[in-house]
Design a protein around this ligand. Structure first.
Ligand SMILES: Cc1ncc(COP(=O)(O)O)c(C=O)c1O
Length: 482
């Protein structure tokens, strides 16, 4: 028997469905983020990364790198075991204190990733409450869905951010039954936020516990980076806050912050905590340095929001189908997996712009998109070049046709997977900005300024791209600390 045929067939199925994923071989340049080297088949090329979840560029911050190098030099690299055997090191204990303080909770517990913290955290918490009913938002992340599944508890899925539906489900449940509401505070593919206080109102009224995933909000929202809960003034109302150290904090790992009793119980029962090696001390020290820095420095948060707003304004003015939201995520609708891939391939190969296509199952079929994540380090010239490149790519068939149809799609596309959760994303609202003609008088005055500027770039670029393309875009100047 040739066992490889199973795997070859599975891959062929993915290719048939246009879902086979290809990763770009990148080398980030610390001190020059978002510049990176792409090890392309033709050799190394300088590219600009537009899709990193190192949202604030903390992965290159001198304090963070310094803490990692100093701790590795002093304590070595690995943790040396699971937390139960040899893996509890002082930097990890210090990190947990820092996290508990960030979220104003009694305790925090660190896991090897945000994924693991959701998977093992939700399942353990729910299992420890006899006959628990889980109420889960339809657009929750796969790690939360897995946590719900593994708990083997009864679950009810409420329509995304639909408080009336959540209340209906809570009202119909036995009042004496333990209930756990699980939701994200900021949904990463559409960039919309949860009405946290309204969820907490319902939780209080129906005596339910709350578990909030703050993975795409910690570090970036709230005066100390405590996330959307802090931003919306709801930190004290949420029972369990879950987060990651891998996005705005620029490192690796996940955590929950909650009461001392809850964290101690998860520490004592969760297989995903007990049976795996702890995070290495240098990573813990680096993450703690990032959290500490962002508790007192608002510069990164303010600049991040300002950059995201500018990217949205420029792309909107250019008539590109930006999916509207109030956060730092900039989704640009494509609606077809192959075209999405084609667009990102062209951006990388011809414009030196790296954006990973977002296809099913990350988002529902038919809502494929480019997901752009501006950082504090994406300067005006890079934003203009991005708009320029997108326009150029959008004008080529078959994307040129897509630009029309993207704006006429119906609102509220919902598809369910086998768990009853809706696959992520999918709301391209009717109120989304309509594609406008490049020189249209319908542009707002501020947008017209961008439009004129981009139009100039566009004409220039037409003349210059062939020359730029022919050149090797490698820059040899040494990294400069921000
Ligand atoms: C909402 C959400 N929760 C959890 C995770 C997993 O976090 P991590 O990347 O730290 O494993 C992700 C990953 O992107 C996510 O989007």
């Amino acid at each position: 028997m040739n066992y490889d045929t199973y795997f070859a067939d599975a891959l062929a199925r993915l290719r048939d469905e246009r879902r086979y994923r290809v990763f770009a071989d990148l080398e980030r340049l610390a001190g020059r983020f978002p510049h990176a080297i792409w090890h392309s088949p033709q050799g190394p090329r300088d590219v600009i990364v537009w899709c990193s979840n190192d949202y604030l560029g903390m992965g290159q911050h001198p304090k963070v790198i310094g803490a990692m190098v100093e701790t590795a030099t002093r304590m070595g690299t690995g943790a040396g075991g699971t937390r139960n055997i040899a893996g509890t090191n002082h930097p990890l204990v210090d990190l947990e204190r820092e996290l508990a303080d960030l979220h104003r909770k009694e305790a925090a517990l660190v896991f090897t990733s945000g994924y693991v913290s959701n998977e093992t955290g939700i399942s353990t918490i729910a299992k420890l409450m006899s006959n628990c009913l889980i109420l889960s938002d339809a657009l929750n992340h796969n790690s939360m869905i897995e946590g719900v599944r593994q708990s083997k508890c009864e679950k009810r899925i409420f329509r995304h951010n639909d408080m009336a539906h959540l209340e209906e489900l809570l009202r119909s449940a036995d009042p004496d039954r333990p209930k756990l509401i699980v939701f994200e505070t900021l949904y990463s593919m559409d960039g919309d936020v949860a009405p946290i206080n309204r969820i907490c109102d319902l939780a209080e009224r129906y005596r339910a516990m709350t578990y909030a995933d703050e993975v795409h909000a910690v570090g970036m929202y709230g005066p100390r980076g405590g996330g959307q809960a802090e931003h919306q003034g709801a930190t004290a109302r949420i029972d369990v806050i879950e987060g990651t150290l891998a996005k705005a904090f620029g490192c690796l790992g996940g955590y929950i912050a909650a009461s001392a009793a809850l964290c101690d119980a998860v520490r004592s029962y969760a297989p995903g905590f007990i049976f795996t090696t702890a995070l290495p001390p240098p990573i813990c020290a680096a993450a703690a340095a990032a959290i500490r820095h962002l508790k007192t420095s608002s510069f990164e948060r303010e600049r991040h929001q300002e950059r995201a707003a500018r990217v949205k304004a420029v792309l909107h003015a250019a008539g590109l189908p930006v999916m509207p939201n109030d956060t730092h995520i900039v989704p640009v609708f494509v609606g077809d997996p192959e075209k999405c891939k084609q667009a990102t391939d062209l951006l990388l190969a011809e414009h030196g712009i790296y954006i990973q296509p977002i296809n099913y199952p990350t988002v529902p079929k038919g809502t494929e998109r480019l997901r752009i994540t501006p950082s504090p380090y994406h300067e005006d010239a890079l934003i203009d070049a991005l708009a320029e490149a997108l326009l150029e790519v959008w004008e080529r068939p078959p994307l040129a046709r897509k630009r029309q149809s993207a704006n006429s799609r119906p609102a509220g596309i919902c598809r369910s997977n086998d768990s009853g959760h809706t696959l992520r994303g999918g709301l391209y609202s009717r109120s989304a900005p309509r594609a406008v003609e490049w020189r249209s008088a319908r542009l707002a005055p501020t947008d017209r300024h961008y439009a004129a500027r981009l139009d100039r770039y566009r004409r220039c670029a037409r003349l210059h791209w062939p020359a730029v393309r022919g050149r090797k875009l490698w820059r040899s100047n040494p990294p400069v600390w921000p």
